[in-house]
Design a binder for this molecule. Sequence first.
Ligand SMILES: [Zn+2]
Length: 305
Amino acid sequence: MSHVIGIDLGGSKIALGLISPRDEIIARRRIETRADAGLASVIGRIASEIEAVSAALPPGGRIDAVGIGAPGPVDHISGDLLTLVNLPGISNTPFRRVLSERLALPVALDHDAKVAALGEFHYGAGRGRKSMIYIVLGTGVGAAIIYEGALLYGEGNSAGEAGHMTVDPDGARCHCGSRGCLETFVSGPALSRRYAEASGAAISGGEVAGRARAGEPAALRVMRGAGRALGIAIASLAMTVNIELFVIGGGVAQAADMLLPAALASVKQYSFRAVSARVRVRASTLGEAAPLLGAAYLARAASQQ
Ligand SMILES: [Zn+2]
């Protein structure tokens, strides 16, 4: 078994890890994305970082492939990045092909929520399960559905857009054009905005969770509302596909203790008892390592093709 590189390509940062044959991250680097500098610059800097982490290879070790999780939308078959509203500098580029040619290695690329889901499924909270739904709560909200061991893409490659499931048709307008999407309740910016509306104070989503933990009524109301919305989405997903394990990842997952009691109450309220009784909602166990290990899993699959 060989070493592989896992890359988490984010809007502001690129995290990169050298992963051993035993699925351990033995070296990591983090650089700014600076997508506005264009594709050649981003590819060149990733290649330099891979060179740098290669110093940690054991004698005789080599890198066999690279896996990347990228913000969507992406074409996971061609490995092209499509129109990325937050990263216009590298939008609509054949990212996978250009990196593969530069490194002379197989490269696999997929949507970041799907890649992190693969990490949790194979090495984290989903280990040993056949199916799982991963919901990433961060600046945005996304999801990935793994059914019988395989990622679900959907006929138009849009499966998993659970962040834009409407959980309140009379709710706040979402940037996607719809109304009352899950993301308008539970993303980091949504927690911050809802708290500001309730209290007049501008603080981050993480701080809202902290104030809720300290028992502050306005923060508690915001976190309960977010948990309730999350539970409505989970109830609908569980009723539709009858998958039982839900894993919550992303930055907001650190506030899982403040979200889950309300979420579980709504799951019970909005789904059949036979379904809700078997639903388990867990926080990610890998945290920031999930996207890197998931990307390594993709890389291994690419190297065997
Ligand atoms: Zn939306």
